[in-house]
Design a protein around this ligand. Sequence first.
Ligand code: AMP
Length: 423
Amino acid sequence: MYKAPRGTADILPEEQAYWRYVESQATALCRLYGYQRLDTPAFEDASLFTRSIGESTDIVTKEMYVFEDRSHNKLALRPEGTAPVCRAYLEHGLGNLPQPVKLYYFAGIFRYERPQAGRYRQHYQFGFEAIGEADPALDAEVIDMAWQFFKSLWLNDLYLYINSIGCRKCRPAYLKSLKSYYSKHVAGLCKDCQTRFEKNTLRLLDCKQPTCQEAAESAPRSAESLCLECGEHFTTVKKYLDSLGLPYQVNHRLVRGLDYYTKTVFEIQPHGEGSQSALGGGGRYDDLIEELGGKPTPAIGFASGMERVVLNLKQQRVAVPDAQKTEVFIACMGEQAKREGVKLAATLRRQGIAVAGALSDRSLKAQLRQADSLGSRFVVIIGDDEVKAGSVTLRDMGKGDQRSVAMEELGKTLEDILRCAQE
Ligand code: AMP
């Protein structure tokens, strides 16, 4: 028997209500904040990612799915969503539009990681990017939108962490002081961090190993080594966040895993879990567009893993609307009844009412059980008596009552009740 590849998962019909709920809340939010949808291909030139994410990051060194196609192009399955959006921004001349250009996406993301709860080799991200504006008011707007995304889903007990990791002017000096600090601690660090010490010093700060965390606690802080411009930017972002009443905390160990970030970085985490379980994160990437061949163009974005959001919705027992329920089930007894049932089902569907049933010769009990498992609120029962009388029995499963309705009246009656239920 075949199985889905390790680290991937099927999203079964019973899960879909959660996914559609997250998607619809996200889409509604994007409208409120003025974002438009962009879809990019699942694979890109591998060098787009090596250039942007950084040669020595975990994603590029260990996790990217890289392959050569039959024309010897070196391609990579998308390991994150920001670089493709920037590529599209440049390729389609979106820099000529009024700035900032605000784009959002839902995309499959591929990373060869060690699979565990909430960590997959293929996962889906909802992300948004605002490109072409340097003002700290945009940082606050993006952080607010990310926070409202989770609030609109009724997720509680979340932490909002922010930090500033400076820019290419002030970061080299900070990295130097960080390296000098860690040179005294390197022997006590985990194996991965001993490699990071040489290649990706900033990432030493967010290692999850207890001994590394201890060392990180007393390490020099990026927010205390900012140049004048980055310092003012960070102070202003915090002022805006205060005025919006957002419950943020400055976390000096928050650095994010991709090299392109500058200035503001932020993450949203659920209560009581390790930072492995971030629900979403983002930050500024003021140099990325230029790095990819464009004019200097400041930008900021955010992405959230849909699987983790769904996991948290279940853990917090958030009731999600089930748009997939089949509203009406038609139970038929006998050949003639079935003929009427098939016609009624077709008529109701043409009216936009979801209908199941009118298919089998099973017992009424078995058909009612099926209606129940589909979550149908109404069951239309047709037997010999009903056929003779030109009527059906309409049972309201929620209320437990039933009445007789003329066949030609059924469509209108159901439409009236269902419209009332929506109002
Ligand atoms: P990142 O691009 O690493 O900043 O990830 C953005 C968000 O995607 C994270 O906050 C997680 O919610 C989610 N995420 C990242 N990696 C994975 C993964 N391997 N499996 C599931 N979700 C992930």
